[in-house]
Design a protein around this ligand. Sequence first.
Ligand code: AMP
Length: 190
Amino acid sequence: MLNIVIFGAPGSGKGTQSERIMAKYGISHISTGDVLRAEMKNGTQLGKVAKGYIDQGQLLPDNLIVDMLASTLDGLKDSKGVIFDGFPRTIAQAEALKEMLAARGQAVSVMLDLDVPEDELMTRLLKRGQESGRADDNEETIRKRLTVYHSQTAPLIDWYKKEGLYAHIDGLGELERITADICRAIDAAM
Ligand code: AMP
């Protein structure tokens, strides 16, 4: 089983690269942000709760996200592996993922850190907001999300370094070159 954590600030290209990795390695993709947006669209109770956090650029409580992730994972029975996109975002979530996979006799194979400079993240997210209409891609919410990334999510870099699973990826430049670097890091972890 190939379990990949694709990591990086909002706008670092996690979604775009996840699609390429899925296609190449034939593994499943779980994006917690996509699952939450589907819940909001369907008007579920979880979707209503999620909206309050997402509109404020804040993270949902760990227990809600971990339960949601567990049931999404249970729905993927015959998968060759998973690419986790937008999860974990806190150390508590990383610990929960480790336990959840261990209970299934699995582990994270590699954590890919897509590193992109802050000014480029802002440019990309503002452009995405115009093109996709994503409500949280406006300047004020983007700034909050970047602050949350630095305070709550970036500490995972050291956490995964200690686990011996960290791979740095230069996320600025040609899409093809970034994908090639990612594939090299995955192949080295297989
Ligand atoms: P994303 O599409 O990954 O940028 O996620 C959009 C928003 O969904 C985030 O700004 C959070 O409010 C929420 N969210 C997504 N994934 C998580 C997570 N793992 N933990 C907490 N909140 C999350």
